[in-house]
Design a binder for this molecule. Structure first.
Ligand code: HEC
Length: 237
């Protein structure tokens, strides 16, 4: 009973906060009875010059490094857990960006390179994104775009593939496809768009495994853009 009371007052408390338009980013969210404090940084409008941890760095790292057997909380290979800001930050030296483990390991050779073969090496764009985030102070920053979401001019190359590369291809690459699912090329993605599993998994529909499995649901804009691309006939544009 005591707990029910507590939960009710939490709900009341949270709804009061919401009435005052408190950014959701500041509220504690209860997941599986563990309280996760979402960063208490105010969400700002996204600036093209800033690399945001929550939008760009975290999805890139969780989808490429924090899979089961690698750097998830349970496996934490070599003692390295890359599932959240606090743990990721331990692998970063903001005063010496290029010496940060998180960055250095991307450029090693042989078994030392991360992610290791058969996973592909990070692209130059992905490497420079990480480095820029470290150079900008490796902050736990977040932003939200107030601009409207364009679901009219959607293309595979500009709207769909970049999202898949950030959030999915770490696990669903052609070299090591989780569950046998490759999401790195148009031909392969088209198959899962056609059989409904792509939309089912990213919208967390009943009967599908919720994806991405290592991090939170894609943003509403990304989901709507992928949906628009599917509805318009999954063109190779
Ligand atoms: C951390 C690794 C990881 C990431 C990141 C990831 N997946 Fe998966 N995915 C898996 C695994 C493992 C399975 C098999 C799940 C199972 O059977 O329990 C799977 C299954 C799937 C399935 C089949 C689901 C079904 O119920 O039929 C689809 C579709 C899929 N993933 C798409 C995606 C998409 C799209 C993304 C990015 C938005 C993504 N995945 C990100 C690991 C991942």
């Amino acid at each position: 009973m005591k707990y029910i009371g507590l939960v009710c007052s939490m709900i009341l408390f949270l709804s009061c906060l919401n009435d005052k338009n408190t950014p959701l980013a500041n509220l504690p969210i209860t997941v599986d009875s563990t309280t996760v404090i979402i960063p208490s940084v105010p969400a700002v409008n996204c600036s093209p010059d800033t690399v945001y941890f929550q939008q760009s760095v975290l999805p890139l790292i969780t989808s490429n490094c924090a899979m089961s057997g690698c750097h998830d909380a349970i496996s934490h290979k070599e003692g390295v857990n890359l599932t959240d800001y606090t743990n990721i930050r331990k692998e970063v030296s903001a005063s010496n960006p290029t010496s940060s483990e998180l960055y250095k390991c991307l450029n090693e050779t042989g078994d030392e390179r991360m992610p290791p073969a058969p996973s592909a090496e990070f692209s130059l764009t992905q490497k420079s994104l990480l480095l820029k985030w470290i150079q900008q102070g490796a902050k736990n920053n977040t932003c939200s775009n107030t601009a409207t979401c364009d679901t009219v001019n959607v293309t595979f190359s500009a709207s769909v593939l970049p999202v898949l590369k950030t959030y999915c291809v770490g696990c669903h690459s052609s070299a090591s496809p989780s569950a046998g699912i490759d999401l790195s090329t148009y031909a392969a993605v088209k198959v899962y768009a056609a059989n409904g599993r792509l939309m089912g998994s990213i919208t967390h529909a009943i009967g599908y495994k919720p994806m991405p499995s290592s991090t939170s649901k894609l943003g509403a804009c990304e989901i709507n853009q992928i949906k628009a691309w599917v509805t318009k006939g999954t063109l190779n544009n």
